[in-house]
Design a protein around this ligand. Structure first.
Ligand SMILES: C[C@@]1(CC(=O)O)c2cc3[nH]c(cc4nc(cc5[nH]c(cc(n2)[C@H]1CCC(=O)O)[C@@](C)(CC(=O)O)[C@@H]5CCC(=O)O)C(CC(=O)O)=C4CCC(=O)O)c(CCC(=O)O)c3CC(=O)O
Ligand SMILES: NC(=O)C1=CN([C@@H]2O[C@H](COP(=O)(O)OP(=O)(O)OC[C@H]3O[C@@H](n4cnc5c(N)ncnc54)[C@H](O)[C@@H]3O)[C@@H](O)[C@H]2O)C=CC1
Length: 216
């Protein structure tokens, strides 16, 4: 497995099937800003509501290979989440032929990619995957990791984005900055973040940047 962070804003993605599994995939695609088309003769109420609100496009029909010739934009990701393994397989094959990456909800061996369990807070994204071996374990490990991490990291990341700008302005080159950041995110600073003392943590790093800047 090769981990990447995909930007999906406005990118066309297609989901076949209208049950709970399709609904979970649709929800996470919308969170990532994808332009979602759903193909299913019938869907669960949350999906019908999303279609009624215009947040997804719902094609009320069976998932068939012909669809790919009729779409105005080629989908980047295709999720085959019907409860019919043969339909998923045929639809996934057709999706692959038009160059989409395929996820088959019921057949890990037919997937180009798996969806991991994800923890998000602001720009923080922590994911857990088991190579398809045990999605249930991915789910419970995600909960344990989330409890261990606690909250506040999203806000800290937003501060770090600004602090990195300051470091770029004041520290001469990339090697100096690398050395700086390896030391700057010390246990002391991370403990402050964990204790909710985010302003103190920020001040500490800011001072360190200025001190490091005058030395280098
Ligand atoms: C390969 C993969 C393909 C893909 O869907 O991307 C896949 C495949 C299958 N899932 C199945 C079952 C379940 N899936 C879940 C839950 C999740 N499944 C997700 C991902 C993945 N599932 C990919 C691999 C991820 C990895 O590498 O670990 C998560 C992480 C992400 C998401 O879907 O958003 C999400 C948790 C999200 C969260 O909570 O954060 C639960 C738990 C529950 O619902 O309580 C169960 C029941 C318990 C169990 O079986 O473990 C079955 C058997 C169906 C059957 O028995 O008929 C198959 C097919 C098979 O294995 O044959
Ligand atoms: N990857 C995952 O995370 C998980 C995968 N699964 C697998 O995913 C499959 C789907 O699970 P659920 O959503 O719970 O099923 P479900 O039975 O609730 O929904 C199936 C949906 O597929 C639609 N459908 C059936 N034939 C179709 C066709 N030819 N074209 C388009 N849509 C069609 C139905 O209208 C229905 O909306 C299960 O069969 C199971 O094997 C199950 C749990 C988790």
């Amino acid at each position: 497995m090769y981990p990447i962070g995909l930007r999906l804003d406005g990118r066309p993605c297609l989901v076949a099937g209208g049950g709970q599994v399709a609904a979970r995939k649709v929800r996470s695609l919308l969170e990532a800003g994808a332009a979602v088309t759903l193909v299913a003769p019938e869907v669960v109420p949350p999906l019908a509501a999303l279609a009624a609100e215009g947040r997804i496009r719902w094609l009320v029909r069976q998932a068939e290979a012909e669809i790919f010739a009729q779409l105005e934009a080629r989908p980047l990701l295709v999720f085959c989440a019907t409860d019919d393994a043969a339909v998923n397989e045929a639809f996934g094959r057709a999706a692959g032929q038009v160059g989409a990456l395929v996820n088959d909800a019921a057949s890990p061996e037919l997937c180009d990619f798996f969806v991991p369990a994800a923890i998000r807070e602001g720009e923080l994204l922590v994911t857990v995957s088991t190579g398809g071996a045990s999605p249930a374990l991915s789910r419970v490990l995600k909960r344990r990791i989330a409890a261990f991490l606690g909250r506040g990291w999203g806000e800290w990341i937003a501060r770090l984005l600004r602090l990195r700008q300051r470091a770029k302005e004041r520290l001469a080159d990339s090697r100096t900055r690398e050395a700086f950041w390896r030391g700057a995110l010390s246990d002391r600073v991370l403990d402050l973040v964990e204790d909710g003392e985010i302003d103190k943590a920020e001040a500490e790093v800011k001072n360190e940047i200025d001190r490091f800047g005058t030395q280098s």
